[in-house]
Design a protein around this ligand. Structure first.
Ligand code: ARG
Length: 427
């Protein structure tokens, strides 16, 4: 226990509580160290844990109050949707289900802390991960007056010491304790780390997967689905109107049954470490593919190519905890503008671990059969190609001639085939 001076520094702590070992121990540890009221808050973004039981345990350990905030719909509409419009995949692989959940959690925690008069927010992230950065940077952006505590980072207990601490202090230990993996879930992705996965050479054991079936178990018949989009937002599945959250839940089940969405990724963390991450993201895999495909049908080439550059930047900054930054907000405005024509339907085949786009249509389609066909009805002006190629290739031709002249000796072209003109060349 610290001296009384330190106690006064912190009046009331709101703890981002997950129900796991770290945050369970944290309730007790914070209460002892700071001698103040601890309020446990869990933001539900679709984790499959028993949150009611977690709340009961939080109170048993010593939290004065314990809350679950159901933020699943808000997560889908305000966090997943912008990420989907940006086709966000960190390093081309990870759909950011953990990274986009953290800013929402912080928004909810800040709201709650202000309502309950808490002056401090505590989180259970370790000092090696990205989440500590996302939590703290988001708090700094939304509530600069708020104090931040990271007990797991500060207490320097090993996992065994934490378990001993829990036993000594009668802290009910979560049932999942003997699982060797660290798992984090939101409806957008399930992340699995640690244990044997820390060896990048070892194939992930089948037992780690919770949302997807192994190919051996998937149906021998494909499933076909149609996703309807309006301005970049998925709104129908097989013709039926659906809330985005419900569609994600349904697709996690359906595509997961076909073994879709397993991702094995050597990832560059913000804190400089490479880590081996395994993800399951069936709905994200299907929806991002469908969305990308529809964009390729309706976007002009230059917009489409430019957006891809923005997408990568966007994914990086979301991964790096800058959800509430002016740059993210500005990129959102750009991305939103690009979505005005992204309306239409995409047909996807789900089969043996693959989601393959097999059809797409849109009232805004830029695909013009009269221009693309090799059959009769072709309206493309073939003769125009000749002049186009003359102009397009001219710089290459000029360069090649210049190089040849230089090789010929005096560095000055005396004769030139380009428009019968002579071109001076640098020595
Ligand atoms: N590597 C991912 C990220 O930084 C997922 C982290 C998941 N966390 C966990 N405790 N398993 O967003």
């Amino acid at each position: 226990m610290e001296g009384s001076g330190q106690k006064k520094e912190t009046q009331k702590i709101l703890l981002a509580y997950s129900g796991g070992l770290d945050t369970s121990v944290a309730i007790h540890w914070l209460k002892e160290k700071y001698g103040c009221e601890i309020i446990a808050v869990t933001v539900d973004v679709g984790q499959s844990d028993d949150l009611k039981d977690a709340m009961r345990r939080a109170r048993e350990i010593g939290a004065s109050r314990a809350w679950v905030i159901d933020a699943k719909k808000e997560f889908a509409d305000d966090y997943v949707l912008p990420a989907l419009k940006a086709n966000s995949l960190y390093e081309g692989n990870y759909p950011l289900g953990t990274a986009i959940a953290r800013p929402l959690m912080v928004a909810k925690l800040v709201e709650m802390a202000r309502r309950l008069g808490a002056d401090t927010i505590a989180h259970g992230c370790t000092g090696k991960g990205n989440d500590q950065v996302r939590f703290e940077v988001s708090i700094m952006g939304l509530a600069p007056e708020m104090k931040i505590l990271a007990p797991t980072r500060d207490w320097k207990m090993s996992r065994e010491e934490e378990i001993d601490y829990a036993k000594q202090n009668n802290i009910p230990i979560p049932v999942t304790l003997d699982a060797p993996y660290s798992i984090d879930e939101s409806v957008w992705s399930r992340a699995i780390e640690c244990g044997i996965l820390e060896d990048p050479w070892i194939e992930p054991p089948e037992s780690i997967f919770g949302w997807t079936d192994g190919i051996e178990k998937t149906p021998d018949q494909p499933a076909y689905i149609e996703i309807g989009f309006i301005e970049g937002k998925p709104v129908t599945m097989n013709g039926t109107q659906m809330e985005l959250l419900d569609m994600i839940v349904a697709l996690n089940e359906l595509a997961g049954n076909h073994g879709i969405g397993r991702i094995d990724h050597i990832e560059n963390r913000l804190v400089g470490i490479k880590s081996r991450e395994v993800y399951e993201a069936p709905a994200a895999t299907v929806l991002i593919k469908a969305h990308q495909d529809l964009e390729s049908l309706v976007m002009t080439k230059d917009l489409h190519h430019y957006k891809k550059v923005v997408e990568q930047h966007y994914s990086d900054l979301v991964y790096n905890g800058l959800w509430f930054s002016p740059l993210k907000e500005s990129l959102d405005a750009f991305i939103e503008k690009t979505q005005c024509n992204v309306t239409g339907t995409v047909r996807i085949k789900l089969f043996k671990g693959s989601a393959t786009v097999v059809g797409r249509e849109s009232p805004n389609s830029l695909y013009n059969t009269a221009l693309s066909t090799y059959d009769k009805g072709d309206e493309f002006d073939h003769s125009a190609a000749k002049g186009f190629i003359y102009v397009w290739g001219l710089p290459l031709k000029v360069g090649a001639l210049a190089k040849a002249a230089k090789l010929n000796g005096n560095g000055v072209m005396s004769e030139c085939a380009v428009n019968q003109e002579c071109i001076p060349v640098c020595k």
